[in-house]
Design a protein around this ligand. Structure first.
Ligand code: ZN
Length: 486
């Protein structure tokens, strides 16, 4: 008798319970998704997936490629540079390190913004490359992170690679895995730090003792050159902020008896880092295309229309060359705002841009927000890059474009180069979509526009032919920014 009632009740539950659960989840999702609707959309949790293929012939440092990732997001901009090779383990180790910093930065900025924070942050990671005759490269990655209202913080990481073997040596290998050697080294480093007159008054002696103890981990960040081993410590680790990140260089000649055989200092055999490869012409041939023969199509009534196409953040061994080939096809001239750090890696590509008759502008060494940088750093960023450009091309940089378009009077005062911004932002770094690129151009270009693109994204090279075809058909001629300003 009770059975039908029970069955009826259970049917109600069968229907209601799932409905209730689904509604509950739905409302929950709605709350999660839309509760912040008055705030800007959260920043994407993007991971870095290097889309660049590793080309072993183009870099000044054979077997090593420099990857540059930039985001011009106005709230959480970043510029990240790191080395990659043909060796997966090395690439994964570096990418893991970079991704961790990047995702921390993005989630911190999201949290800061959801708490009402309005000030923009900055993440900048750059690196220097050192070479030792044993075939080993040292890469010192320097992170500068500025989160909204918090003080900028520097951090150092080091990676090592022998590109021939794929092996990453450590301080243990260099000191022959001998803790006795480590003890002697740590004594030397400790002495150097406490005796350094310039930083003496900023030292916290108890912390110096802790961080120079003969523990392998204290000496993990180092660079090996043919003359010295350089140890890097973090800012604030054992000094007051005024002295920055402490660096201690120990001459290899002074510690020869502590070094494993392959690192022995040989006075007479100090050589230079390997020279750039000469195989570039082979790659160039691949990109050669036939010139267009329909120049006559340009309509006479529009022949005064001009546009200055600009390409930032390169040079890039593949993308820049593809762009050069397309520009050549249309007999178009453009302007390339190069990063000094990349010119140093790819001087031949920089020179190809120059030889093809394009203008080269200075875009700083490693893309920091100069309005947040000390004056000496601003000057250094600009001057070092101008030197690298002149070394590579024999021609001085013609103009300057500040990273993120960010500058103030102080930044302007550090160079005589004309500052060049843009009026058409294609957002190619964001969409990475050739069709979108053309759409952006179609909707915004007018006479004498300066168009911002980046020659580090494959999608930009992929979309360029269509852009040039469109603009040419509209009657535009392609000039450099200096020609535009004449
Ligand atoms: Zn840039």
């Amino acid at each position: 008798m009770n059975a039908p009632i029970k069955r009826k009740r259970s049917t109600w539950i069968d229907v209601l319970l799932p409905v209730a659960i689904i509604s509950f989840i739905g409302v929950g999702l709605f709350i999660v998704l839309f509760s912040n609707k008055n705030e800007a959309a959260p920043l994407p949790k993007s991971n870095i997936n290097p889309s660049e293929t590793i080309d072993l012939v183009d870099s000044k440092y054979p077997g090593i490629k420099i990857i540059t990732e930039t985001s011009n997001d106005s709230f959480a901009p970043y510029a990240i540079q790191y080395p990659q090779s043909i060796h997966n383990q090395f690439n994964e180790d570096v990418s893991k390190y970079i991704n961790k910093i990047k995702s921390e930065y993005i989630s911190n900025m999201n949290e800061y913004r959801s708490n009402g924070g309005k000030l923009s942050g900055e993440l900048n990671i750059s690196f220097i490359t050192q070479f030792h005759d044993s075939g080993n490269y040292s890469f010192i990655l320097m992170k500068y992170n500025y989160k909204g209202n918090a003080n900028g913080k520097k951090e150092i990481g080091s990676f090592h690679l022998n590109p021939e073997t794929g092996v990453s040596h450590t301080i243990l290998d260099i000191l022959d895995h001998d803790t006795g050697n480590l003890e002697k080294l740590s004594e030397l480093v400790h002495q150097k730090i406490v005796n350094d007159a310039t930083s003496k008054e900023y030292l916290f002696p108890a912390l110096v003792d802790i961080y120079t103890k003969p523990l392998w981990i204290n000496y993990k960040n180092f660079a090996l050159t043919n003359k010295e081993i350089i140890f890097y410590f973090d800012e604030y680790q054992f000094t007051a902020g005024a002295v920055g990140s402490p660096i201690v260089a120990i001459s290899l000649a002074d510690i020869n008896d502590l070094l494993a055989d392959e690192y022995q200092y040989k006075k007479d055999e100090v050589k230079q880092a390997p020279q750039e490869n000469k195989n570039d012409s082979e790659v160039e041939d691949v990109n050669k295309t036939t010139p267009s023969d329909d120049d006559s199509e340009v309509s006479a009534q529009n022949e005064t229309l001009k546009v200055a196409l600009t390409f930032d953040d390169g040079p890039h061994p593949q993308v820049t060359r593809q762009i050069l080939a397309i520009l050549k096809k249309y007999d178009a001239k453009a302007t390339f705002f190069m990063l000094g750090s990349r010119v140093e890696y790819y001087p031949d590509i920089a020179n190809e841009v120059h030889e093809a008759g394009h203008e080269i502008g200075n875009h700083s060494w490693n893309h920091p927000d100069l309005t947040k940088s000390a004056v000496e750093k601003v000057r250094n960023e600009i001057n070092r890059t101008s030197e690298a450009i002149e070394d590579a091309t024999g021609q001085k940089a013609a103009t300057f474009r500040p990273p993120y378009g960010a500058f103030n009077d102080l930044v302007k005062g550090q160079t005589d180069l004309p500052f060049i911004l843009w009026d058409v932002d294609t957002l190619d770094w964001k969409y990475k979509d050739p069709h979108k690129l053309l759409q952006m151009i179609k909707s915004s270009v007018r006479n004498e526009s300066i168009v911002l693109m980046h020659d580090i994204h494959q999608s930009t090279a992929d979309g360029l032919d269509a852009i040039l075809a469109y603009l040419k058909n509209e009657g535009y001629s392609f000039v450099t920014v200096s020609e535009l300003n004449k």
